[in-house]
Design a protein around this ligand. Sequence first.
Ligand code: BTN
Length: 264
Amino acid sequence: MDELSAQAILNGLRSSWLGRNVLFHEKTDSTNSVAVSLAQQGAPEGTLVIADEQTAGRGRLGRPWVAPHGTCLLFSLLFRPSLEARRAQGLTMVCGLGLRQAVRDVTGLPAQLKWPNDLLLHDRKAGGMLTELSAQVGRLDYVVVGIGLNVNVDAAQLPPQFHAASLLTELGRSVSRVQLLQRALEDIEARYHTLQAGLWPLQEWSAALDTLGKQVQLNTAEGVLDGQVEGVDEQGALLVRQDDGRVQRVLEGDIVLAGHSPER
Ligand code: BTN
């Protein structure tokens, strides 16, 4: 098992501010909850909260996030971007792209993203992100992006309803969590600077999505929707062409079924 500690993370880390204020917990309820509370107390931008185990790990849409002790990456990053609140999705895009790049660089696996914030390995979910934020008069105050990545866990050990993948199961060997994390922090920091400079990462993000062109079934707050994914819009909403030809814009939802693009 590779040891996680603040010292191990800082040793050889090449980011200049992201992850440099690091709080490591052997066990905590949820790194996102800790990071949100630190954000409210004025913690600096770039703060990293990371744990070997969460007792109440949270996923999107009120779901739990489960990972056995000492096997996975479970961390949250605190940003204080000077961006309008409607641009918050940019942080999720930047973190998703950085995580994908880190997995590709460290393991060589063809990691992909799945709308809105999953990381896939060969069509199975190996990671997810949970973004929580606070805004005032239309501008972001803080954004916490929580990332869970199944690293050195046998995917068969995870609850079956997750249909999960892990790096260990894909590669047949374990991977250094410290190396993956350092690579992700360095990549995310560079992308964040570009975002802050006003460049919106939409093109790269949409190219990294596994979902484009596919026939999907989506669970949304309004009900189930079937159609073909046409693309994403400026804000990262999914554009789905239904069988009657109408295009629906979906800002929040879950793709439950994805197949290949139908023959025309
Ligand atoms: C999802 O796919 O539903 C999002 C999963 C996000 C899980 C991570 S693990 C670290 C951080 N702390 C949490 O409680 N959740 C996020």
